[in-house]
Design a protein around this ligand. Structure first.
Ligand SMILES: [Zn+2]
Ligand SMILES: [Zn+2]
Length: 298
């Protein structure tokens, strides 16, 4: 089939800490050739993988962008449920985790927290100890962090605010095509640098209605992210074949509702007039000669 590609990016969760049922926690599945990589594992990542019929144990690696809990709270589920002896699990090799410094501490403490479950399942269900073992690789600067069977992943530092460090984005290269995931960041020249000419550039975004933007705590949150207008600047400079939003930080309080997606789109259009998708959970992008968008059919 000429038109289909074996390079696909799927937004598993396009949300933030808000426990919404329609936008799960941040997580993105990369499928390239025979490799399957997960970028972040927010709330519900394992449910979304199940909906796609991707066994949790089939993942080749989990790559982390940073350590805000909304990006990591799904890890124990993907790791431990992926070890179970069932069609949705089946991991028999170690769980590979790649991330900026901090990944090792996180995983070692999860192993400690779940030690009794692990001991019980090895004794009771005879699950293979190798399948629950964890292999961590940490990095502390821009560079290649994963390379296998034609898939190359490059980590690049982003700017999520002065104290939210480390924070990284990822550039995935396969078969001459490029997908870039911003991670959580405010306007970052590094996203433009690594995102320039990408086939797909997926960026986070934050917005609030003008009335709410007057609040100091809202300004503090927005200062850790990009506004639609700033994201538009990134897209206009990087000129990807397709730009897409994920990680919708839509701020609200008891009196003022969150902005709607049309507001986000309209504000982005002030600085960018190229191809743009507003991401949703399980939206996928098939990257070939062109980038084709697929919505999940329930
Ligand atoms: Zn964050
Ligand atoms: Zn986040």
């Amino acid at each position: 089939m000429k038109s289909s590609s074996d390079f696909r990016v799927t937004l598993l969760g396009t949300g933030v800490p808000t426990p919404r049922p329609d936008r799960y926690g941040p997580s993105t599945l990369i499928e390239a050739g025979d490799q399957k990589l997960l970028i972040d594992a927010g709330r519900g990542a394992s449910i979304r993988l199940y909906q796609l019929h991707v066994p949790l144990g089939r993942l080749d690696a989990l790559l982390l962008t940073h350590y805000h809990s909304d990006h990591t709270s799904g890890i124990p589920d993907v790791w431990l449920t992926g070890w179970l002896n069932s069609h949705f699990g089946t991991r028999t090799k170690p769980f590979r985790v790649i991330g900026p410094v901090g990944a090792r501490t996180l995983m070692e403490n999860l192993e400690r927290a779940y030690a009794l479950d692990i001991k019980i399942r090895i004794a009771d269900e005879k699950l293979p100890p190798d399948g629950v073992a964890v292999e961590v690789e940490e990095f502390d600067s821009d560079g290649v962090v994963y390379e296998k069977n034609g898939v190359k992943v490059i980590a690049f530092e982003v700017d999520h605010g002065d104290v939210i460090k480390p924070a990284y984005g990822y550039r995935i290269e396969y078969a001459g095509r490029v997908a870039v995931i911003s991670g959580d960041t405010r306007y970052s020249a590094n996203v433009v640098k690594y995102g320039t000419g990408a086939d797909l550039l997926v960026h986070e975004v934050a917005a609030a209605r003008p009335e709410l933007m007057k609040e100091a705590y809202i300004q503090r949150i927005v200062a850790h992210h990009v506004t639609p207008r700033e994201a538009g600047r990134v897209f206009a400079q990087a000129k990807p074949k397709l730009a897409a939003f994920t990680h919708f930080v839509m701020l609200a309080n008891e009196r003022i509702p969150p902005p709607c997606l049309d507001d986000v789109l309209a504000e982005t259009r002030q600085t960018y007039d190229g191809p743009l998708e507003l991401g949703e959970d399980l939206m996928s992008f098939e990257i070939g000669e062109t980038v084709t968008v697929h919505r999940y059919k329930r």
